[in-house]
Design a protein around this ligand. Structure first.
Ligand code: 536
Length: 355
């Protein structure tokens, strides 16, 4: 299997194994995407990626990471996304969206405004929701431990967001259960100290995610793929954090619930941690989940070189590579990678004189 071989997920075929990883743009007003997102995502579809995953998009207003986050929690958001998905498809890529709820990590400033937690006086909001009343860090608001009614509301919000995503023209949905956001916060014993059916045992901590997956799968058409992003580890094994063994067990369960591919990231529960960041540092987790759970995986994290990406796919470590910052530097990375690897790919007809 090669980087430029198509990948079929249900009835959707990606033209290659290169995906634009979801990247927050912090550029919306009231959750509405605009021409920035059209040009940003459209450029990367024109640039040759097979899959373009739009940024973490909140399923409710309080689930946004920042006031400028993208949303899919109002019907007017559907109309804002529609030209974006139409253009991505026209450029030959598959339009996808990441559905998210930030949980206790909501209500922060955009990175270029400091990225710190903000209160109501600075345009943020309160209360934040979490599995337990444990703040992310010393600057964060302490979240409210979610009630059973809050949990039902959340499941309904994910379901309604998936329906809007379909109406907006997305052909693939990814659920965000990584980086310390709400669904991940339920998984990790460090953030989930509930004593009801949603906390304690592995089965209880994974229950909310299973219920969200089932609710989304019930409205998301059979013919369309569902992806899940997880943090394979909290990098806190000594403190009893979420770890790779639990991720493998979770992947086995979710495969049976209709998840087609696990997008394997890491970290986000702890504000500080010793993370051995380096080229492809999360790839071994994608490889282990693929091997031990028998499910397709995506590898993400410091993938920058064509030969590196090719090796990840060829060795069977993952089925898909997701690139983020490298695609900000070079939207045409897929073309440059094809040239470097000697693969044939077709440019948009409008650009063929240049190739
Ligand atoms: C990277 N980030 C991920 C974001 C937005 C902020 C930066 C996201 O998933 N929406 C990150 C990864 C892991 C831990 C912390 C930050």
């Amino acid at each position: 299997m090669k980087l430029f071989a198509p990948l079929k997920l249900r009835d959707i075929t990606l033209r290659n194994r290169i995906a634009v990883s979801p990247m927050c743009q912090y550029s919306c007003v009231d959750g509405r995407v605009d021409d920035w997102h059209l040009v940003h995502l459209g450029s990367r579809a024109v640039g040759g990626a097979g899959l373009v995953i739009a940024e973490a998009s909140a399923v409710s207003a309080e689930g946004r990471i920042s006031p400028a986050d993208a949303g899919i929690y109002r019907d007017q958001h559907t109309a804002a996304w529609a030209p974006v998905t139409a253009f991505i498809r026209k450029a030959g890529a598959v339009p996808a969206i990441q559905l998210a709820h930030a949980g206790r990590k909501a209500s922060t400033a955009a990175p270029w405004l400091g990225g710190k937690p903000i209160g109501v006086e600075a345009g943020g909001w309160s209360p934040l929701l979490g599995p337990s009343a444990i703040a992310f860090n010393e600057l964060s608001q302490t979240p409210q431990a979610m009630s059973p009614a809050d949990i039902q509301q959340l499941i309904g919000d994910f379901r309604a967001a998936a329906v809007r995503a379909l109406d907006a023209g997305f052909e693939l949905v990814e659920l965000h259960a990584a980086h310390g956001y709400l669904l991940h916060a339920f998984l990790s014993p460090l953030s989930n100290q509930r004593s009801d059916d949603y906390g304690g045992s592995f089965d209880n901590r994974t229950r909310l995610l299973r219920e969200v997956v089932a609710a989304v799968r019930a409205v998301w058409p059979e013919r369309l793929p569902l992806l899940l992003r997880i943090s394979a580890t909290d990098w806190a094994d000594e403190q009893g954090g979420w770890d790779i063994a639990q991720s493998v067990a979770l992947a086995r369960q979710l495969k049976g619930l209709g998840v087609d591919l696990i997008d394997v990231s890491s970290a986000g529960t702890l504000a500080r941690g010793a993370i051995p960041i380096g080229p492809g540092f999360q790839v071994p987790f994608a490889a282990q989940i693929r091997r031990e759970a028998g499910i397709a995986t995506g590898a993400v994290g410091l993938i920058t070189e064509p030969a590196q990406a090719q090796r990840i796919i060829e060795s069977g470590d993952a089925d898909l590579v997701l690139l983020a910052r490298e695609l900000l530097r070079d939207p045409y990375w897929p073309y440059h990678a094809a040239k470097a690897l000697g693969a044939e790919i077709t440019a948009p007809v409008q650009y063929q004189r240049a190739w």
